[in-house]
Design a binder for this molecule. Structure first.
Ligand code: SF4
Ligand code: SF4
Length: 77
């Protein structure tokens, strides 16, 4: 079950650039990033703590750590 994390940051994938390699999923200590159907990485905003490990693991450098929009449960653009 996902719980809302108390973090001001969140990982954001540049979807058009992602090559679906899956390295990010292996690096995430919270299993907050997944690559459904091997196409493109998707971040679970309820689980991601913005630690940046996936960013370091991404060979294509397509993950950014962004400020999270805490109100309304949405993500920062
Ligand atoms: S920033 Fe950290 S918690 Fe969030 S998806 Fe990346 S590795 Fe997982
Ligand atoms: S490591 Fe980077 S390129 Fe590979 S699936 Fe994750 S976000 Fe996409």
């Amino acid at each position: 079950m996902a719980s809302i994390v108390n973090s001001k940051k969140i990982a954001k994938v540049m979807e058009k650039e992602c090559v679906g390699c899956g390295s990010c999923t292996k690096s995430c200590p919270r299993s907050a990033i997944d690559v459904p159907k091997g196409i493109c990485a998707v971040v679970d905003s309820a689980s991601c703590v913005g630690c940046g490990l996936c960013q370091k693991a991404c060979p294509a450098s397509v993950i950014e750590i962004k400020a999270r929009a805490l109100e309304g449960g949405g993500e920062a653009a």
